[in-house]
Write a protein that binds this ligand. Structure first.
Ligand code: SF4
Length: 477
């Protein structure tokens, strides 16, 4: 199946009248669907439920079945005003000592109580916060402990990635990260415009990023990702054009271009951003079409919500081969692994269970000091959740829905089960956002790709039931 976006069609279709019409109907709040059900639906969950699920899965899994490990480092030295991550702002380097000791304890408890350590870790991701808040010795210690308690591998096709704040590294640190086994780097670029950088309290010059990109290439990292954001204060269509010009010149292999979510009630740092400096929804939609149009014209493929990759990237191949999946890191190649989340606020998933560690650092420490895994919240998926997750995966990964396959896999009559949703989809069809190839096969049109989240919302049972008292999600546009 061809998943390519017709950027010419996208630009010509989106007249300002058309943008206004779409905004009126579809500018709603909703999840990004990095999981279904979304993490906002998690309730209190005991560590025992998670352990039981791991043990059950452990009996069924082969020792050669791979797992993914995510490690969260929450510390940052200064706040970026747009930030919605779970982080701890500190200038106290000794905060790391206590954290590393507790991470080690968490790994040791898992090793004692499960057989995860026997299985190869084919995907490792170090995220934050700022993982590079750790100094060289601390980073080395962390990887040493991880390899002691888990089966880190040396295969060329492993994906070991680290999020890097460009302000915290130099050539020597990049070399160290490569030497420790990381083969993918994600640089937090966000935007290249000086005024925008000032407004978000994150200043990093084009020259400094360019020097890091050269270092990353020299050190032989297999893949470089840029994290960028549109909808930031003081951004304009012209400044986005200029940022895109620098991005294309630096040629990262992957680009994550997120939609800024302004939720100051939820994320206090965002109160430093003046609402009047944020581009309107209409300008944001034009920014998104510019981003998709410019990057696809430069040879990138838009693989789905927020994500672009070069044509020969493993994610592009996985999409063509039907092996793409959406997860907490965005998109990934494999589907059947356990995800083991370590560190404060990290989320794990195994079988039907999502399990999240304590979000507060003190509670994370308390649980581990009592020799308990620090799980506090999560969810045991119902069969209905699994069904809807599969539909949302098809939409977000392939921008299509194969109803035949869904009916066979879940033994349902789709028309009967989703009669209300199908009624809702009629509006999407009238608006030219979806197209029925035949009665059992729906595809998302080029214009519909801008509103993929809205389409997923139509299948989100939790969203339909919820009446949030305060905004939990960003707007889809
Ligand atoms: S954006 Fe990243 S570096 Fe900035 S405060 Fe948030 S977690 Fe820290």
């Amino acid at each position: 199946m061809n998943h390519q976006i017709d950027s010419y069609q996208l630009n010509t279709m989106l007249s300002s009248a058309r943008i206004g019409e779409l905004l009126k109907k579809y500018d709603r709040s909703g999840p990004r669907y990095t999981s279904y059900p979304p993490a906002t639906e998690f309730k209190t969950l005991t560590a025992q439920v998670y352990l039981d699920a791991l043990l059950q899965r452990g009996y069924a899994a082969l020792p050669s079945d791979p797992i993914s490990v995510y490690i969260h480092i929450p510390f940052c030295s200064t706040p970026c005003f747009y930030c919605g991550c779970n982080k701890v702002i500190t200038r106290n380097p000794s905060a790391v000592r206590k954290y590393l000791d507790h991470l080690r304890k968490e790994m040791a408890l898992l090793r004692l109580q499960t057989n995860l350590h026997q299985r190869p870790v084919t995907q490792l991701h170090l995220g934050g916060g700022t993982p590079t808040f750790l100094d060289d010795a601390e980073m080395t210690e962390l990887i040493h402990h991880t390899s002691h308690y888990f089966n880190l591998v040396n295969h060329a096709d492993r994906d070991y990635s680290v999020e890097v704040d460009p302000r915290t590294v130099n050539l020597a640190r990049i070399q160290l990260l490569r030497g420790l086994g990381f083969n993918r780097i994600s640089l937090g670029v966000q935007d290249f415009d000086d005024d925008v950088q000032c407004a978000i309290n994150r200043q990093q010059s084009v020259a400094s990023i360019s020097a890091l990109v050269s270092a990353i290439r020299i050190c032989g990292f297999r893949s470089l990702n840029f994290d960028l954001i549109y909808g930031l204060p003081l951004q304009t269509l012209e400044s986005i054009d200029e940022t895109l010009r620098h991005v294309i010149a630096l040629s990262p292999d992957r680009i994550s271009y997120y939609n800024y979510a302004h939720l100051p009630e939820r994320f206090p740092a965002q109160r430093a951003i003046r609402a009047e400096d944020i581009p309107s929804a209409s300008v944001k939609l034009q920014m998104l079409t510019t981003i998709i149009g410019t990057l696809t014209a430069a040879g990138y493929e838009y693989i789905g919500i927020d994500h672009f990759v070069k044509k020969d990237d493993p994610l592009a191949r996985a999409q063509a081969e039907g092996k793409l999946c959406r997860n907490f890191q965005g998109y990934s190649v494999e589907k059947s692994q356990e995800l083991v989340g370590l560190g404060v606020s990290s989320i794990s998933s195994t079988g039907f269970v999502f399990a999240q560690n304590a979000v507060q650092l003190e509670r994370y420490y308390q649980a581990l000091d009592a020799n308990q895994l620090p799980i506090e919240r999560g969810l045991v998926s119902k069969l209905e959740d699994v069904l809807r997750r599969e539909i949302i995966q098809q939409l977000t990964c392939y921008r299509s829905l194969n109803i035949d396959a869904i009916e066979k896999e879940f033994n349902i009559d789709f028309a009967q089960h989703f009669s209300a949703t199908l009624h809702e989809l009629e509006q999407f069809e009238r608006d030219g956002l979806i197209r029925w190839v035949d009665p059992k096969h729906m595809t998302v049109t080029t214009e519909g790709t801008l509103l993929l989240r809205n389409l997923c919302m139509a299948f989100d049972e939790y969203l339909q039931r919820s009446t949030p008292l305060r905004p939990l999600f960003s707007r889809a546009i």
